[in-house]
Design a protein around this ligand. Structure first.
Ligand code: KIV
Length: 304
């Protein structure tokens, strides 16, 4: 099967589609995925040429300041996804179903998945875990919305897992990861995220999968990698997992920039003439005469 060329006739990138991701897996082309939560991070992902953007529920931690992913809700996720959509043209956009948005029933899951499509023009949604989530994934896919699965460390159920722990370190635990991944694939998921799984387990498992496996802390054998925007750029200042590689220290740059601004304001160096608007001298003189008028001096200040 041939897929569309990767460039438009004008030399721009063609939007990334599900068939293109399948083609990348077949060709052994690594899939690059990153999270984004707002317009500027989406613009960065677009310009950097990534393939897939996830509006992840990690927003709860790196954007909203919670210590878990569970507090973020559908309204916040859809608002963020719509902002990301406005900054993206090329990467495939995926909305992450937050905790509580899909567990209750297939109908509830479909309603919420549809919000990502209708209100934010996402191409697909992601949900966590095997088990009951497999049925939800199947129902959403049958309703016409592509679904990405997520196995291994699933932060929404971190309490049930006993903490933010690597999954698949024993044969039994690795078998559970494998069973969940295969069940999600059988349900129709177009790709599966593997989080915090030993590299050798992923290496053994990925050849058994027909759909792309995207790793985060799952070693190099997956078909692609995903990292959280704020982690990889050094914007997130709190704890970062072992699997995060920092590609920049933007957070330090941001603090240095705001500190320099504060110093300039306090020292009277900002704003200077270069950053101020000018006015014609005769207009200024007229305005000063107006200010000196007796009547203006008698206007009382607002009484709070
Ligand atoms: O919410 C998120 O950012 C994620 C990625 C870590 C895969 O699920």
């Amino acid at each position: 099967m041939s897929t569309a060329p990767r460039q438009t006739p004008e030399g721009g990138r063609r939007p990334v589609t599900l068939p293109r991701l399948a083609e990348m897996k077949r060709n052994g082309e690594p899939i690059v995925m990153v999270t984004a939560y707002d317009f500027p991070s989406a613009k960065v992902a677009e310009e950097a040429g990534v393939d897939v953007v996830l509006v992840g529920d990690t927003a709860a931690m790196v954007v909203l300041g919670y210590d878990a992913t569970t507090p973020v809700g559908m309204d916040e996720m859809v608002t963020m996804a719509a902002a990301v959509r406005r900054g993206l043209k090329t990467p495939l956009l995926i909305g992450d179903m937050p905790f509580g948005s899909y567990e209750r029933s297939n109908e509830h899951a479909i309603d919420n998945a549809q919000r990502f499509i209708r209100e934010a023009s996402c191409a697909a949604v992601k949900l966590e875990r095997g088990g009951a989530s497999v049925e939800r994934a199947r129902a959403i896919i049958r309703s016409g919305i592509p679904v990405m699965g997520h196995v291994g460390l699933t932060p929404q159920t971190v309490n049930a897992l006993g903490g933010f722990k690597t999954q698949g370190k024993t044969a039994a635990s690795a078998a559970r990861v494998a069973e969940e991944a295969l069940a999600l694939q059988a349900a129709g998921c177009f790709a599966i995220v593997f989080e915090a799984v030993p590299a050798a387990i992923t290496e053994a498992l990925v050849p058994k999968l027909e759909v792309p496996a995207i790793g985060i802390g799952a070693g190099p054998a997956t078909d692609g990698q995903v990292l959280v925007f704020h982690d990889l750029l050094g914007i997130h200042r709190g704890h970062i997992p072992k699997f995060v590689k920092r590609y920049a220290e933007i957070g330090d740059g941001m603090v240095a920039g705001v500190r320099a601004y504060a110093d300039d304001v306090r020292a009277g160096r900002f704003p200077d003439a270069e950053h101020a608007y000018s006015v014609e001298p005769d207009e200024l003189a007229a305005f000063k005469r107006y200010l000196d008028e007796e009547s203006l001096a008698s206007v009382p200040a607002w009484d709070w």
